[in-house]
Design a protein around this ligand. Sequence first.
Ligand code: NCD
Length: 340
Amino acid sequence: MNFVGEHILSVSQFDRADVDRVFQIADKMEPYANRQKITRVLQGAILSNMFFEASTRTRVSFGSAFNLLGGDVRETTGVSQSAIAKGESLRDFAKVMSGYSDVIAMRHSVAGSVAEFASASRSPVINGGDGENEHPSQALLDLYTIAKELASRDKTIDELRIAVVGDLKYGRAVHSLLKLLAVFDSVSVNLVSPPGLQTPPEIVELLQNQGHIVSTFERLEEGISAVDILYVTRTQEERFSSQEEADRYRGLFRVNEAIYTQHCEPNTVIMHPLPRDSRAAAQELSEDLDNNPNLAIFRQTDNGILIRMALFALVLDVTDRIEEHSSPVTWNTRIRTRDP
Ligand code: NCD
């Protein structure tokens, strides 16, 4: 992949070298994300951040990542606030918005919509989630987190043993992560979901065709033993056609301290793309794990900034000029980094 000027719509665009390249640039972003230095390398550039479906961390971290590189951000949120509500096609919308922007990040509830938009866009488009289909930047930040967590345990993504738990049918973060894992070697995947919310068969086939081991489980306790990474997901209630369906699946799988301690190997890393559903009836990932050092969920969200900075720097072709446009931080950064 060349990256420069390219749309980023699916993890299928990435081979192993591309993943390594993103991670290498993400590492270089640490001093800026940590406010040790600032850079203005994207001064004058405009990101249009267009989120037509609920989002906080993806939208804000795309925007913050762009700001941290010195660029400006324009936002549109919700279909009702945009001309799409007046019947404008995604293609017309793309022609207009791409004239206002150097790069666009977009989320939309319909699978394939971001690619349709991109096909008419004059600026590169990054998919921030299209329906149940894909969420490539989430998969990259998840994989980056996995690599870092494993490195501290003397392990690599090759030979990884991972359990993914929950709504594997509609979870686009999981779809992209599983597809991206397929480019590594000898991965062993436990798919743990209730009947009716299983992983799409084409993703299972992709993994199997690349020689990975895929096992499916309907019981949580069986699927989460003997793994390095336990990746829990929220039931995507917004994709269900009826309330009855949402009620049927809510709270079926709950990972908590007791289950974790009893069934997982010591030091199994716990991940979740967030948001977790903390309502009493759901709680797929209990807050009683919050003090467990293996809970990586907030390291994941922090890594999202690094990965999104890296994607912007690659697509806008500034990876070699970040340092050149850097300067010291002027404010007291200790205020931000202190523990609560
Ligand atoms: C995920 C998403 O929107 O697909 N969230 C996110 O971007 N971090 C997962 C989810 O909403 O459950």
